[in-house]
Ligand binder design. Structure first.
Ligand code: NAI
Ligand code: MG
Length: 372
């Protein structure tokens, strides 16, 4: 029996191509694993009315972790239009598989390393080495939204919030509400993960990135929790920065920062900013990590424009594979893979279009495999 069972979910578009790339390096690394394919994505929404079929969830339950490619999702009207005729009248609604997976498998921590590898012509600066810890299941992405706003909800808000008076004339259907839900447990988990990581990697600081002067309760809870937990880590300093200022500082002095920790939506935004500092979507990998399961993915989508052309950069996917190896405890293979990726970037002979080259996705993967 192989040591690991790994679910591979290529998904749509370039997800399929970068998954092939990952397989090339995994084969070269001779990881003792069985890879089991799972269906996910737009095709299954159209054919089955569910982009994340139950059989795929069962597969994940029976594996150690998951490597995920990318999926396509489309707005409400298009989603309905593309459903198979026999599914159209069933009142189905599309839910993002990746958001669902994060919530149903309680993959509560989103880890997004953003490191400038020397020689990458796309680096904003060469001395950037950031890791963003993003809470993955709460906040404005909890999925609690109202439109139109039910009368009961408005009544309660009118009672508890006198300031709602200024919306008095707005009809229920002309108002939409999304709830920002933050729990103490959620704050503790993500902040502890960030501090544990910082301590284990000898990082000098953790920056909590919120907006507690305005979002006094939700951001306030994150910052207060950070202050409590920071006391347990003598060698790691806690820095506090507002999300808006953070975006400015990241452009001005990105090299000052090491570990950032933040809530779901701020993390979504700020991690894309960080990704672009080190080469953009072709380099941005992420781990979605729970207590006993994890899913690793490049952060880019299915890039329909390039689908089927084997043109896109597989580096994000290869770095996601490296994160998976780390999580599995395969430290040596993880280090070797990162070193091979870094060397391939530095040598710079085999590059995809985004780096100014004309090599294919699989040629880059093969180049990395050759350097292992
Ligand atoms: P995208 O990330 O798919 O692509 C945007 C552009 O970024 C591409 O046209 C390409 O120029 C560049 N790009 C992306 N990956 C690249 C790579 N590996 N190498 C080089 N260049 C790369 O975002 P877009 O176009 O906004 O969304 C396309 C579809 O993907 C949508 O249906 C969207 O909903 C979905 N999506 C899925 C995600 C996921 O699976 N986690 C994340 C983001 C978007
Ligand atoms: Mg995002």
């Amino acid at each position: 029996m192989p040591k690991y069972k790994i679910a591979t979910l290529p998904g749509d578009g370039i997800g399929v191509e970068v998954m092939e790339a990952a397989k090339i390096v995994l084969e070269k690394l001779a990881l003792d694993a069985e890879y089991i394919h799972g269906d996910v994505g737009w095709e299954f929404w159209c054919k089955e009315g569910n982009p994340l079929p139950d059989r795929t969830l069962t597969l994940l339950e029976n594996t150690d972790c998951c490597l995920f490619g990318a999926i396509t999702s489309k707005p409400k009207e298009e989603a309905q239009a593309e459903l198979s005729p026999h599914l159209k009248e069933k009142g189905l609604s599309y839910r993002s598989p990746i958001v669902r997976l994060r919530q149903e498998l309680n993959l509560r921590t989103n880890l997004r390393p953003c490191k400038a590898y020397p020689g990458n012509p796309l680096n904003y600066r060469d001395d950037i080495d950031l890791v963003v810890f993003r809470e993955n299941t709460e906040d404005l992405y909890s999925g609690v939204e109202y439109h139109p706003v039910p009368k009961e909800v408005r009544d309660i808000l009118d009672q508890t919030h006198p300031r709602m008076g200024r919306f008095k004339e707005v009809p229920n259907e002309d108002m939409a509400i999304s709830l920002r839900i933050v729990t103490k447990k959620g704050c503790e988990n993500i902040i502890r993960d960030a501090f544990e990581y910082a301590a284990s990697q000898n990082r000098k600081s953790v920056t909590v990135v919120e907006k507690p002067n305005v979002l006094r309760e939700t951001s306030g809870m994150m910052v207060r929790t950070a202050r409590e937990i920071a006391k347990e880590y003598r060698n790691v300093e806690l820095w506090e920065t507002n999300i808006d200022a953070m975006c400015m500082w990241l452009v001005k002095n990105p090299e000052d920062y090491g570990v950032l920790v933040t809530s779901n939506m701020f993390g979504d935004i700020v991690s894309d900013l960080c990704a672009q500092l080190v080469g953009g979507l072709g380099f941005a990998s992420s781990g979605n990590i729970g207590d006993d399961y994890a899913l690793f993915e490049p952060t880019h989508g299915s890039a329909p424009k390039y689908a089927g052309q084997y043109k896109v950069n597989p580096t994000a996917m290869l770095l996601a594979t490296k994160l998976m190896l780390d999580w599995l405890g395969e430290k040596e293979r993880a280090e070797n893979l990162e070193a091979a990726i870094a060397l391939a970037i530095k040598v710079g002979k085999v590059r995809t279009y985004d780096m100014g080259g004309s090599s294919t996705t699989l040629e880059v993967a093969q180049e990395v495999a050759n350097k292992l």
